[in-house]
Unconditional design. Structure first.
Length: 187
């Protein structure tokens, strides 16, 4: 059974995508060249992933984890996903142009960008006008999370230390307390 992450990308496949992105970046002298997206679309994906998972005091951002490259490479190898991403990015720009005096998403002020995401981040805001944007942003969040949490930065962020051999296993006291407190049989 393959382990998958948020968007359904198998974890082992995600590792291959990260490796391919790293190789493409290294071959181009350290700067990634998009394979599926044009320069504007790629800049928009970079900004979206940065807003979805920004850097904090614990770890780097989704951009630092390679999420834009990850999304571009998957889109370059999956025509249906490419169509969804490109169409969603076009929708986002048109919707932003209506709200921010003709500016695309990446040209708009940060406050306008986050206000737009506040609308399309929640199904409760779904209308005929926002339905495509909500579906698109749901995919972008999932792809960004997949990219981040399968990268070295994301793995470190969750504290995964790998499989380790043990001479003795002891159940952590916190787990015992949790189980006892949740037990339907407690006195």
């Amino acid at each position: 059974m393959a382990v998958t992450v948020a968007a359904g990308v198998p974890a082992d496949a995600a590792q291959h995508v990260h490796i391919a992105a790293g190789e493409a970046k290294a071959a181009a002298g350290g700067k990634y060249t998009p394979k599926a997206l044009n320069a504007h679309e790629y800049a928009t994906v970079r900004r979206l992933t940065e807003l979805i998972i920004p850097a904090d005091d614990v770890s780097g951002s989704a951009v630092e984890a390679g999420a834009p490259e990850f999304i571009d490479l998957i889109a370059a190898n999956n025509e249906a996903l490419r169509t969804e991403v490109v169409g969603g990015l076009a929708w986002l720009d048109r919707a932003m142009e209506k709200r921010a005096s003709g500016k695309s998403f990446v040209e708009a002020a940060v406050g306008d960008q986050t206000a737009m995401l506040d609308i399309i981040a929640f199904r409760k805001n779904e209308t005929h006008e926002t339905s495509h944007g909500i579906a698109f942003f749901d995919w972008m969040r999932r792809l960004t999370a997949d990219a981040f949490y399968t990268s070295p930065i994301g793995v470190k962020d969750v504290g995964y230390m790998g499989n380790k051999g043990m001479t003795k296993f002891e159940v952590p006291l916190s787990a015992i307390k949790y189980a006892v407190n949740r037990s339907p049989f407690k006195g």
